[in-house]
Design a protein around this ligand. Sequence first.
Ligand code: NAD
Length: 510
Amino acid sequence: MAIVQTLPPSSDGHRRLGLASPATRESVGEITVSTPDEVTAAIARARAAQPAWAALPAAERAAIIAKALDVLLARKDEICATVQGESGKPLVEALAIEIVPSCDFINYWAGRAAKDLADERIGLHGYLKPLKKLYIHYQPLGVVGVITPWNGPFVLSINPVVQALLAGNAVVLKPSEVTPHSGGWAAKVLWEAGVPKDVLQLVHGDGESGAALVNGDIDKISFTGSVGTGKKIAAACAERLIPCSLELGGKDAMIVCSDADLERAANGAVYLSMFNSGQVCVGVERIYVVDSIADEFIKLVKERAATVTYGQGNDVGPLFWDRQLDIVSRHVEDARAKGATILVGGEADTDKGVFYRPTVVVDLTHDMDLMSEETFGPVVAIMRVKDEDEAVRLANDSKYGLSGSVFTKDPKKVMRIGKQLKTGSVVHNDASVIYGVAEAPFGGRKDSGLGQVNGRHAIRSYTHALPILIDRWGLKKENIWYPYADKTVKTLESAIKFLFGNHLVRRFMR
Ligand code: NAD
């Protein structure tokens, strides 16, 4: 039984999708797919409701969103049960990946909103200073469409939705069809906290409903998902000249330097490649280890990986759906066929659910999918390199650029190597934690995406920064307004000479 299955349509003709747990293949419910007309109607309701929501002072919106943290805490067990039912992930991962960062994001963004959205007075420079005053107003965009994936279904939904709402927008959320009820909890928690239902709309479905949202009357798309879908969304947004943020796939490199703490590096390599069954956009996907310590590192990784358990309730849960199992199996087989060595695992186990054994592969090269395509499975993929320079060159030899990590005892080396990496972010002796650091602007380069979520002013990315320029003097006319006269030219010529012709004055003009 597939994890997502087409069911016979409902009596009123709606498409239906049945859902099964990837851990047991038992049914965990179904969804009725929102038709394109229903998506359009949801957007229209959101648009009608948005002005009243935007009219609330930012602090009032923030107070409502802050209540969502209490709701989340009260509903934590139900949310985890839904997430575990739909994804099969262990409770530790439901708590650590979905609940902890969601609590922190709600708390952090709600706490910042009033400050980040307040009108800002910007001091002007040079000759403008005595003439004008500048304010920046952070104006909501209107209706934001949020489309999310299945690998972190709750946190990746609630984080953008909270930011967009705080900024004064209405939101239409479409979670993944693989984990719809987990994503749906983001809306339920916020509704229960007091966000009006029309201000936050929830639609369900697959690519058809997603496309209807993207092509609807919206003002921004916040998308998290695959590169292929991201590019389609970018094209649709370009057609309508609306902004989008695209958080896409990754092939994050981990560099193990000669001075690394090998215990930590080996523990990190195994955990950061395998947690969430390896289905983490910013998980470690490929490892470059410097030759001088490679034997010892690989020995430790092999020992650690051999102790990792898999199966329901164990360390490594299932892959979240069948499609993912096919990709992981294909990548490992491709590597094996091209000469790689499988040290641990290396095969699927589909007796009870959609499992792939914890796996370690070495002797890899860049012509193997395991080193070039996003694998998204519990696989530690290790390649030896001559030195750190070669590691940097190979880390950059990728169409992806989401994040990267450097394992060394020397933070200065992280700064030096990190600045050479063409990737979205760099982490020292750790990796995926970067998404949970709200202050860090998070976003991919190259095929890994466009735009950044998080960062101190992330809420502002859901607004238009509207400069309002105020006149200071109320003169009847400015000097250069009509009629043009010789005197106007002379005044301009002397102003240019005075303001920019003298190096001392130039300094005051900056
Ligand atoms: P996906 O692109 O298949 O689906 C993502 C969402 O888009 C789903 O809700 C889906 O229904 C919807 N969708 C599908 N076709 C659409 C269309 N034509 N128009 C609009 N919406 C459409 O991706 P996925 O398989 O659900 O997610 C896994 C991918 O997400 C991985 O590549 C992973 O790396 C990436 N991801 C990235 C980040 C990040 O922050 N960069 C975070 C998590 C996951």
